[in-house]
Design a protein around this ligand. Sequence first.
Ligand code: ADP
Length: 194
Amino acid sequence: MFNLILFGPPGSGKGTQSEKIVSTYQLQHISTGDLLRDEVSRHTPLGIEAKKFMDQGMLVPDEVVIGMISGKIDASPDARGFIFDGFPRTSNQAEALDKLLEFKNTTIHLVLALEVPENDLITRLVNRGITSGRSDDNEEVITKRIKEYHAKTEPVAKYYNGQGKLERVPGNNTIDQTFQLLTKHINKYLLPVA
Ligand code: ADP
């Protein structure tokens, strides 16, 4: 099994690159943002609770997200590996993930951190807001999300750097150039399927 975390600030391209990685290496994609938006659109109790935080650009409480992830890992017992996108987003979540994976006799092998200058992030997210219809892609909420990222999520990079698993990759080139840089790291562990 090979488990990868795609790490980076809002708008750094995690979703786009995850799709390419999933189709090239056949990993099971777990995006907490997508899972939460699905709960919101189905008006589940979890979705109704999560929406209050998401619409303000704040992180959803750890226990909500960790519970959701655990179920998703259990739902794919035969996966070749997982790609975690938008998770873990706090040190607490990172520790919980380590415990969940340890229980399944596996671990995180690699953390790829996409690095994009802050001005580019804001431009990308504002543009996405125009086409995506996402309620949290407006300038006020975007600024809040980036603030949350610096305060709560950046420490997660340190956590994995301490474990010797973190690789930083520039994310401000074209989609394909960025993907090539990511594959160089992944190929050390896992070969493309096709
Ligand atoms: P982006 O990275 O572009 O901000 P995501 O789709 O990953 O977008 O997340 C959207 C929102 O969903 C976040 O602002 C947050 O409120 C919530 N969310 C997603 N993943 C997590 C997580 N792991 N922990 C807490 N909240 C999360």
